[in-house]
Design a protein around this ligand. Structure first.
Ligand code: APR
Length: 312
């Protein structure tokens, strides 16, 4: 199963890595890479297509400075924006990226009104709301990539700590994307064994803390720009779940409509993803501490939305 056409908006670090992964996994017949930077999307797309004979994948990759090739794309992965610089919080990106995501969403609505949008641009939860409001699409067709990345980071740290395969680690991270995310220790297991039986609480706390600051750790190393391999892999995993109708349960940012006692905001929650996009938000039991952490995370997202409104 694959899509006819998937468009990746933004041919920067995250976007170009997404298009390469989409092509290598043959998740679409055509991948269109769109960016306002002259020449860049065409150059990267052509370079990727020239790797196709070596990789043995038939997905055509095209680049464009507009949306003429993107008509009727089934999925748009939106990575357009500016990346976080050292010392810059995701919220600093707010105004610039909101303007960019708004203009991109208008184009998506125009050229592919039935498409599904996966938002990657930061601050993620708020950019997803901008995309939802601008496209006017139902919540099933606008989801944000956050939890898959945060969970992957958490799992990768647990695998290192225990020196076991990443394949055996299951974890769930809720909440907003960023420092207020809520890793759920009670839903973390290693081949079914609760993590609490394998690691002391202070070690778990340290891994949780590292996960919370995972994005910043990469920014600190890179100097300029932010993480892109894992973010792109996460967005592509969501696209794969949708394109192949895998009905995967993945933590994504979803527009809550009463789930977890919250309404009208994007927050990371377990989502059933398949054909049509978001099929269901799953509600899991939380401890009082986890509930409080989720409320704190929601408050942070809401305050960022308010900040954006105040910016006009
Ligand atoms: N339309 C299309 N592309 C745009 C637009 C626009 N209106 N505005 C900016 N871009 C492009 C830039 O030209 C650039 O090529 O978006 C690209 C962003 O690429 P990078 O600067 O390399 O940023 P990247 O690391 O890919 O991160 C993109 O994802 O994870 C988030 O925080 C990150 O918001 C950031 C986004």
């Amino acid at each position: 199963m694959s899509a006819k056409r998937i468009t990746v908006v933004g041919a920067g670090h995250v976007g170009a890595t997404c298009s390469q992964l989409l092509a290598q996994k043959e998740l679409a017949r055509e991948v269109i890479l769109v960016d306002i930077a002259e020449g860049i999307p065409m150059g990267k797309a052509l370079d990727q297509w020239e790797s196709a004979p070596i990789e043995g994948c038939d997905t055509r990759v095209y680049g464009a400075n507009d949306y003429s090739l993107s008509a009727d794309s089934e999925i748009f992965i939106v990575t357009a924006g500016i990346a976080r610089k050292p010392g810059m919080s995701r919220d600093d990106l707010l105004r610039t990226n909101a303007g960019i995501v708004r203009s991109v969403s208008e184009e998506i609505k125009r050229v592919a009104p039935d498409s599904i949008v996966i938002v990657v641009s930061n601050p993620l939860d708020v950019m997803a709301q901008v995309a939802l409001e601008t496209t006017g699409f139902p919540r099933e067709r606008v989801v944000g990539m956050a939890g898959v990345l945060d969970t992957a980071r958490y799992r990768s740290f647990i695998a290192l700590e225990l020196d076991v395969s990443i394949e055996d680690i299951q974890a769930l991270v809720l909440g907003g994307h960023g420092d207020t995310m809520v890793p759920l220790a009670s839903y973390t297991s290693v081949s079914g064994i609760p993590l609490t039986q394998l690691l002391a609480q202070d070690r778990i706390d340290a891994l949780v803390e590292r996960t919370r600051k995972g994005g910043g750790e990469i920014v600190g190393y890179l100097g300029t720009g932010s993480a892109y391999y894992a973010p792109a892999a996460a967005a592509v995993q969501m696209a794969e779940a949708i394109v192949k109708d895998k009905r995967r349960i993945l933590p994504c940012a979803a527009w809550l409509q009463g789930e977890y006692g919250m309404r009208d905001l994007y927050l990371g929650v377990p989502c059933l993803l398949g054909e049509g996009g978001l099929l269901k938000v799953l509600e899991v039991e939380l401890t009082e501490d986890e509930k409080a952490a989720l409320t704190n995370s929601a408050d942070h997202v809401r305050s960022t939305v308010e900040a954006l409104k105040a910016l006009g």
